[in-house]
Design a protein around this ligand. Structure first.
Ligand SMILES: NC(=O)c1ccc[n+]([C@@H]2O[C@H](COP(=O)([O-])OP(=O)(O)OC[C@H]3O[C@@H](n4cnc5c(N)ncnc54)[C@H](OP(=O)(O)O)[C@@H]3O)[C@@H](O)[C@H]2O)c1
Length: 424
């Protein structure tokens, strides 16, 4: 299996927590002046652009370079004299670029996967598909992959598996490999289950929950709401309580060997300068870090996730259907800003990490924090992307001659990774 990720292993009081950051991100975050694709507090707001921006689809007016710069999704801070060439891994000796060695099965992931059973959420999404394809192509010895899919019944879940996952062009290489037996091989390996990370026990029926909990070795949580300015109640339910429910389920899985949470590099918020990758614990906040770093310290804002949930409930009580959407969006933004994050998405994803840290006990956990994820790089073939998202509007409009100029700091670094990257 090709692997070029940078693995940073953090020793925390509890054992077995690893944070994986894509290589460029972990280097970039240690530099001042990052070119980031995320809305930031010091960014001019979009004019005439749709209000919803998501990590999967940064919305841009592709006809207007000025609007692109102005979109609130790009932060180009000066890089001073630092050069891109300087980007090198840093940190303790445990930080290492792991080079794949095909003859020996790379770094051992393929061997690990052999015979293992996975439960993957978010498999109908962009990254989830790439993950499922990658596992089956590079480790066909995987025993089974349960994919948790929102659907009204088993038939509908199976239909979504066929339509949205297996029929994706991304699976063409596997289609070629398995020919006529493609569908049967895939359906032997991939088992759709009806579920929802927002429901009690993941919305699984009792029998399915029992079977999976006796069967599963690895859980990967890729399900998320990636809209930056989502309603607070919605975002909190999926991105914070979702990981909590999944971790509670993981605790019932007798054979569990690994829980992987797909998070985002932007949980680092507006931190500046050299930042070591570090797990978030309950009570942490970026606002607290900022205050602690000031010579004259004010009172510490203590982030209490349970209180945030209560606040959402309280606010709900007094709102009618019409005002609830705007109020909840506003509340998310306010709470995120209060505690030092730039938007509701990254704030609730961070609290998701905190819930995992709080509940994991002895379960080995990997938290992966990719930056902006773009198309596939080399495998299964270059350039696969779902929709017109992330930087694609810029690349496409440049290719079509619609975007003739794009003002950037020449020393800035685009913080983007290929979808082949984080999953390798
Ligand atoms: N894309 C990026 O650039 C990027 C960068 C950094 C980190 N990430 C992280 O990577 C992960 C995947 O992102 P993505 O771009 O693949 O997102 P995506 O395309 O929006 O996919 C989201 C997935 O989550 C599922 N989901 C949403 N709510 C759910 C619920 N209540 N129960 C079960 N499943 C639910 C969706 O299912 P439906 O199809 O049913 O809606 C979909 O499969 C996320 O955790 C995100 O935070 C993404």
């Amino acid at each position: 299996m090709e692997a070029f990720c940078l693995c940073i292993s953090i020793t925390t009081p509890k054992k077995n927590l690893v944070l994986l950051s894509d290589r460029r991100k972990s280097c970039l975050l240690k530099k001042r002046g990052i070119a980031r694709f995320q809305s930031g507090g010091n960014v001019r707001k979009a004019s005439g652009l749709p209000a919803s921006r998501t990590e999967r689809s940064v919305v841009m007016n592709t006809n207007n370079a000025a609007a692109l710069m102005d979109s609130g999704s790009l932060v180009f801070a000066p890089n001073g004299n630092e050069k891109v060439m300087d980007l090198v891994p840093f940190g303790r000796p445990s930080t290492s670029i792991m080079k794949a060695n095909d003859a020996t099965g790379g770094i051992g992931i393929v061997n690990f996967i052999k015979g293992k059973t996975f439960l993957i959420t978010g498999a109908t999404g962009f990254l989830g598909k790439v993950l499922v394809e990658k596992i089956i192509r590079t480790a066909p010895g995987v025993r089974k992959i349960y994919v948790l899919i929102k659907a009204k019944n088993k038939e509908a879940a199976t239909q979504r598996l066929r339509d949205e996952i297996l029929n994706a062009e991304l699976f063409n290489s596997l289609r070629l490999t398995y020919g006529k037996s493609f569908q049967s091989f895939m359906l032997e390996k991939i088992v759709p289950v009806v579920g929802n990370v927002c429901e009690y026990n993941l919305g699984l029926d009792e029998d399915t929950a029992e079977i999976i909990s006796n069967d599963v070795d690895v859980i990967v949580n890729s399900a998320a709401n990636t809209t930056f300015d989502e309603r607070y109640d919605v975002s909190l339910d999926i991105n914070t309580k979702g990981p909590k429910r999944l971790m509670n389920f993981a605790k019932k899985c007798h054979k569990i060997k690994l829980f992987m949470q797909i998070s985002t590099a932007y949980v680092n918020g507006q931190r500046q300068g050299k930042i070591m990758e570090k797990a978030f614990c309950i009570g942490d906040s970026i606002a607290k870090e900022n205050i602690l770093s000031e010579p004259r310290q004010g009172s510490l804002p203590l982030l209490d996730i349970e209180e945030e949930m209560k606040l959402v409930l309280e606010n709900h009580q007094f709102l009618d259907d019409e005002s609830v959407v705007q109020k909840m969006k506003q509340l998310g933004r306010e709470r995120a800003n209060k505690y030092g994050w730039q938007d509701t998405y990254v704030f609730t994803k961070t609290m998701g990490e905190m819930m995992i840290d709080k509940l994991r006990g002895n379960i080995p956990v990997v938290i992966m924090r990719p930056s902006v994820i773009e198309s596939t790089y080399k495998e299964p073939f270059p350039g696969w992307m779902e929709g017109n998202r992330m930087m694609d509007p810029i690349i496409l409009s440049y290719g079509k001659g619609q975007l003739t100029g794009f003002l950037v700091d020449p020393n800035g670094v685009l913080d983007v990774v290929s979808s082949s990257g984080p999953l390798s």
